[in-house]
Design a protein around this ligand. Structure first.
Ligand code: WTA
Length: 662
């Protein structure tokens, strides 16, 4: 039986729609002066000097923003800097002996690893020297296909040191996905890993990497393999493969001068899902991106050098790039990494880490919070979480119930929560409260950050009235923005700008960025993000293109046609529903279902695995032959189907609905 006090508390929280930032937080916050909003608006774009000032520049920039050729904006033009020097070298004098990375492996009988700034600097230099010796030069793209091991950020920073852009492929992606990304980036170098631990088992990874390499169309000159599993896995090594440890040993004590990169030089590429089947190579630059991640880490995550900051994301996604690696290390703090999952060995894994390391911030995803909620508050309650000062979420909308659970059971009602809206393309946070300044409204991300001109508009591009649903747009450029899609300027314009811009104009006021999210805005300017309006679904905060999944399914023998939609899911937010038409002569049975699921796992990875495969004789189509996805979503969600009379084949809908219910 819950205590009476608890019941009252729950009721009190349930009714509350506004939460003030706790006094104790405001008093010590990096940003607590509300005038920042006005100041940035008046002083735009020069306000962003404040972000650039957080970095050390080898050559100072001439201009904050060059907007002479929209939407190819340039920030901090003429400036030169090195990201690895900003994340490492400049902290050595004051913070050399302090921890830069705290890494927690999954097996409990294994020692965790701490890298001080001194140690991290040393190993990054050694690996940078090894890359140089391999022949990696400035602007050569190095691919990383790695799980959460410290060698991943080390390899990223080593690349940054020598000016070689990295392209990190999430370890959970399939061999095919690796090959597609290496082909698209013409990448001749791969850093990978023999395997990793997950839910108690060693998972082999190297064989998957080799399978991916077999699909690369050009010659791959070098493959570096980190030995994570030791005796647990005797991994195969090919001719051009070398062991990471040998390379680093051979360079013991080596120092590599960080190259001065132009502010606009590429720091990295990150492939993400879009409307079409081909993943998009989002290009981020050295100056603007680093300034953006450093500034937002300071202003929103309230990171201070003496903090132990914990983001539970995977570095294979943008959240890990920006808010495990670059932002926190640029500020000289201690950043945490952990291997495994939140429910192994017990469902208190994260709380155990927070307690042991006395983490100051926790930045996680709504899908994780919904799972914690389902497991119950006894797990966080077993631990002393009083070190936490701030909580954050990212990746998908958070419902007020999950928000309040997080606030109470993890934050003990004394930590502000930041609900941060942003994307791979934006480089860092865009819409969220400043935790030391603004009230929080559960379910609503908050106002746009100072200097960010986000507006909710209708299909004509006019601002909607408060409360009305519309489309989120960003009306002015910002330093952390993507600069283009790798070697595809045309697609860059088409995907992000064409919708609301006058693409013939060279006046920056005629250019509007469209993130493909629906949203509404309250009269106090708070933005509630409603989700994607394109054919992208968000499974556990991971972006997946329905087209990518459909083409994987159609690739399975015996499948004639497929349509994939996102259906509501308690924990994952959305789950993949696949509607499949088989060819004549193929059984619609569990074996076929199994082959479809395997087909998707092989093409993309287990995260894209369909929750349900529904066989249907036809797909609901409009008279012009377009698949009515909306209807299929309603079917998946068990919703009322409304008017189906505009369909060419209305009768098929109830037939499909009956099958989903089964
Ligand atoms: C969604 C992840 C609501 C949104 C950093 C966006 C969110 C997509 C939020 C980007 C949030 C992210 N509230 N929706 N706080 N944060 N999204 O590129 O649909 O993996 O377009 O970047 O996630 O996903 P991506």
């Amino acid at each position: 039986m819950p205590e009476k006090q608890d019941v009252e508390l729950e009721a009190r929280l349930e009714d509350r729609q506004r939460f003030e930032p706790p006094e104790s937080f405001v008093e010590q916050a990096n940003v607590s002066d509300a005038s920042v909003y006005e100041r940035f608006e008046e002083d735009w774009p020069e306000c962003w000097e404040e972000a650039a000032d957080l970095l050390d520049w080898d050559e100072s920039y001439d201009e904050v923003l060059d907007d002479s050729n929209p939407p190819f904006y340039e920030w901090f033009t003429g400036g030169e800097l090195n990201a690895s020097a900003n994340c490492l070298d400049r902290h050595l004098d004051e913070r050399g002996d302090e921890a830069a990375i705290e890494w927690v492996g999954e097996p409990t009988d294994e020692d965790n690893r701490t890298y001080t700034y001194e140690e991290l600097h040393r190993e990054v230099n050694e690996f940078a020297a090894a890359l140089e010796e391999m022949g990696v030069g400035e602007d050569d793209v190095v691919t990383m296909y790695m799980p959460m091991v410290p060698e991943l950020p080390i390899a990223m920073l080593a690349c940054a040191r020598i000016g070689a852009p990295h392209s990190v492929v999430f370890a959970g992606f399939s061999a095919d996905a690796l090959a597609t990304r290496m082909n698209a980036a013409d990448s001749e170098y791969l850093v990978t890993c023999d395997g990793y631990y997950r839910r108690g088992d060693p998972l082999e990874h190297k064989a998957k990497a080799d399978e991916g390499l077999a699909g690369v169309e050009h010659e791959v000159s070098d493959v570096v393999v980190v030995d994570r599993l030791g005796d647990d896995y005797d991994h195969p090594m090919g001719e051009s493969h070398s062991a990471y440890a040998d390379l680093v040993d051979a360079q013991a004590g080596a120092e590599v001068e960080p190259v001065s990169r132009d502010a606009e030089d590429m720091l990295f590429l990150m492939y993400t899902s879009g409307t079409t089947g081909e993943p998009k190579g989002v290009k981020h630059t050295t100056g603007g991106y680093l300034a953006w991640t450093a500034w937002t880490s300071r202003a929103v995550l309230d990171v201070k050098p003496e903090d132990t900051y914990f983001c539970s994301a995977d570095i294979g996604w943008i959240t890990g790039h920006s808010y495990i690696v670059y932002g926190p290390l640029a500020l000289g703090t201690t950043t945490m990494m952990y291997e495994g999952t939140p429910d192994y060995p017990e469902k208190d894994r994260l709380w155990d880490i927070v307690e042991n390391y006395e983490a100051d911030q926790l930045y996680t995803a709504p899908t994780a919070i919904r799972a914690f909620m389902k497991w119950g508050s006894q797990y966080p309650e077993q631990h002393d979480l009083s070190s936490l000062r701030l909580l954050g979420t990212v990746g998908e909308p958070i419902n007020p119930k999950a928000w309040k659970w997080y606030y109470k059971h993890v934050g003990d009602e004394s930590c502000p929560i930041i609900d941060t809206w942003w994307q791979t393309e934006t480089g860092g946070m865009m819409v969220t409260t400043l935790p030391g300044v603004k009230d929080m409204k559960p379910g609503s991300a908050g106002p746009p950050l100072p200097g960010v001109d986000a507006q909710v508009v209708n299909a004509d591009g006019d601002e909607v009235a408060p409360g009305e649903a519309g489309y989120l747009t960003v009306q002015k450029p910002w330093p952390g923005m993507l600069r283009t899609l790798y070697q595809n300027d045309e697609r860059y314009i088409e995907e992000y700008w064409a919708e609301y811009s006058d693409t013939q104009s060279d006046d920056p006021d005629d250019w509007v960025y469209f993130p493909e999210d629906g949203a509404k805005i309250d009269d106090d300017g708070y933005v509630t993000v409603l989700g994607r309006v394109d054919d992208v679904i968000n499974v556990s905060g991971h972006r997946l293109g329905t087209m990518e999944i459909e083409s994987a399914i159609v690739g399975v023998e015996g499948v004639a046609e497929a349509a994939v939609v996102g259906g509501d899911h308690d924990v994952k937010g959305e789950a993949v529903y696949a509607y499949v038409i088989t060819e004549d002569g193929y059984e619609e049975d569990d074996a076929m279902r199994q082959r479809i699921v395997e087909g998707v796992e092989d093409a993309i990875g287990p995260i894209a695995r369909p929750e349900q495969v529904v066989f249907t004789p036809e797909l609901p189509k409009t008279r012009s032959g377009k698949i009515m996805r909306r209807l299929l979503e309603d079917v998946a969600n068990g919703e009322d189907l409304g008017d189906t009379s505009t369909l060419r084949n209305p009768e098929v809908v109830s037939e499909i609905a009956a099958k989903v219910d089964e």
